[in-house]
Write a protein that binds this ligand. Sequence first.
Ligand code: HGY
Ligand code: MN
Ligand code: MN
Length: 416
Amino acid sequence: MNTTTHNLRVDGSRLWSTIMETAAFGATPAGGLNRLTLSAEDGRVRDWFRDACEAAGLEVGVDALGTQFALRKGRDTSRAPVACGSHLDTQPTGGRFDGILGTLAGLEVMRALNDAGIETEAPLLLVNWTNEEGSRFAPAMMASAAYAGEFTAEDILSRRDAAGISVAEALDAIGYRGDEPVGTRRIGRFVELHIEQGPILEAENTTIGVVEGGQGIAWFDGTITGFESHAGTTPMPRRRDALLGLAEIALGAEAIARAYWPSAVATVGEAVIGAPSRNVVPGQVRFTLDLRDPKSETLDAAEAALRERIAEIAARRNLAVELTRIWRKEPVPFDPAIVASVQGAAEALGLSHRRMVSGAGHDACNLAARVPTAMIFVPCRDGVSHNESESATQGDCTAGANVLLHTLLALANAPA
Ligand code: HGY
Ligand code: MN
Ligand code: MN
């Protein structure tokens, strides 16, 4: 940290009021957020974000998948920008901090540098990535994956939600289908601040997570076909009940994850009975499965064990079960030099910190495939996230934003 910026800090109360102000877009009665990607509420927070960035003197561009890039010029325009940011879309029962903290802390960093009249060597860039959550359109971290070259923009634009609306149509509906080709925006480094979304930092009374990587993720779509029949006249042994098949599969997924405890996790997050009726034995069920582990080989073993268990359940219950893996994100290590920068900033600020791996997926996990990347975590209450009660403290958010500020300064002012 050089002398002129050594004592520089963000304005924590301005950051906090920014988080609370934007929580009005998609606010739920329970105090959380329902701001699905490319919804009208997402459109409104994007407009707010664009205006706030422009008011801070940033130059805002939008790419073909709606990702917003806000550039703060540096002295040396030949250098690739050092980027930060996260996402502003939420889960249907989301909280006020997931993604939002990292995006608005990036705005606060720009405002703090403006207030102090500081110009960096390399430019800085603040990013709001489209559809990090993956709830409305699969996969998660969709736009940053396309930026990293994992999908073409055309493929992503054609993805459809449960109502059959395509990404392209949803982007046009809120006016965020930009003209910048995906993947062309220069980024030299990427640092993402995020709440941990887990219990470790709070349990250890530690303020900063120095994140070394992200765990692997596998997403599946499943269909179970049995036979609709009368709820009153079909004897139990003669039923081909698709819902009971799903019940056994879900319990099987839980048992397999527990067998790889404490690393593996498995979740059946969606289940839909086809043509539901209270007096018909369910004949068809569609479901999703989310499987994660820090090790690729454990993901493979857990998937194989699950497929074996499904085959046994299907044979015993005379069901047809299809399980299709629709997305696989390998475990990703972050760049050791950027991780060290984060740790250096936490140490210089005198903040308690520890190294850790992210259980959640993040846009940083995609950026890491293209540019040196790392993450900063701060605690959230009871480790809860993807829940309307998600909460963090102003002090921890401010501490995380200060680590982001000084990590960005170190990277942007380092010799080219
Ligand atoms: O699924 C995830 O880990 C992220 O919250 N989208
Ligand atoms: Mn997130
Ligand atoms: Mn999330």
